[in-house]
Write a protein that binds this ligand. Sequence first.
Ligand SMILES: NC(=O)c1ccc[n+]([C@@H]2O[C@H](COP(=O)([O-])OP(=O)(O)OC[C@H]3O[C@@H](n4cnc5c(N)ncnc54)[C@H](OP(=O)(O)O)[C@@H]3O)[C@@H](O)[C@H]2O)c1
Length: 293
Amino acid sequence: MAQRTTTLNAALAGTIDLGGDLTVKRFGFGAMRLTGQGIWGEPADREECKRVLRRALELGINFIDTADSYGPEVSERLIGETLYPYPDELVIATKGGLTRPGPGRWIPNGRPDHLRVACEGSLRRLRVQQIDLYQFHRPDPAVPFEESVGALVQLKSEGKIRHIGLSNVSTDELQRAEKLTPVVSVQNRYNVVDRSSDAVLEACSLEGLAFLPWRPVEGGELEGASGVLSEIAGRYDATPSQVALAWLLARSPVMLPIAGTSKVAHLEENLAAVALDIAPSDLQRLDTLTHTG
Ligand SMILES: NC(=O)c1ccc[n+]([C@@H]2O[C@H](COP(=O)([O-])OP(=O)(O)OC[C@H]3O[C@@H](n4cnc5c(N)ncnc54)[C@H](OP(=O)(O)O)[C@@H]3O)[C@@H](O)[C@H]2O)c1
């Protein structure tokens, strides 16, 4: 397994610019899993989750993605409790626009009044005056998209948000948002076996916007599968998750994976993907993969 953790650093993934004034290493940490089952309540092993956050920074990671809805509130609170006061170079991205009636349940709310309350709650829990990157979590079919984005523009004009990002959007929605405000990132589901957001990735690559693929290691489900991914992983003495992450990094210079875990061992394993040098012929074979195997 490619796990040379002593010399490993997220810097090996290179950097990406967010909005012209923030530079982050191109390997982030997704903090959704620092919660209980169904992304609800406190995590089973809170101390291990705190170790994960501290270890992420030790490994050079300087971009953390979270949301008010993770827990809800649990992930943001844990980040504040564990890492505050933050190192200067750390960029924390959060999101608003989803509410949580219970475990595993996610209800969009893109109303401007809700987004304001959500953003103010995130500011408090993260213990910051301004959120580096605030992402609209998911368009709400019950609220005109422009009204939701407009709420973020207003929060930005008040200094509560430094940069605006979108999540779970189409290319059309990206363009509509860009008519209202600069957008610095898009976060959509994307990985080696799910290319449904290829068109959005292409738009981001053309415009130089960061693309944050969520579920980058397919929720850990690539492990143990047989087929091309495992065969290639075996040849590089790597795990399928590591190869999936290396493939993402090679796919586009705007790619900023945010693999999530509640375990230090998985964090270290995932980060080791930055040192994997996959041959172009193997990357091409992975390009044609459309399902686990
Ligand atoms: N914008 C959105 O709508 C949206 C939706 C979902 C997620 N996200 C963001 O994207 C981030 C990543 O998404 P995700 O957590 O759904 O997917 P993921 O990173 O593909 O998978 C995380 C899951 O895989 C397991 N895992 C991680 N590394 C592993 C490894 N090396 N070997 C085996 N299992 C491994 C983790 O379990 P352990 O905890 O046991 O390691 C966890 O259950 C989230 O943290 C969140 O920040 C955004």
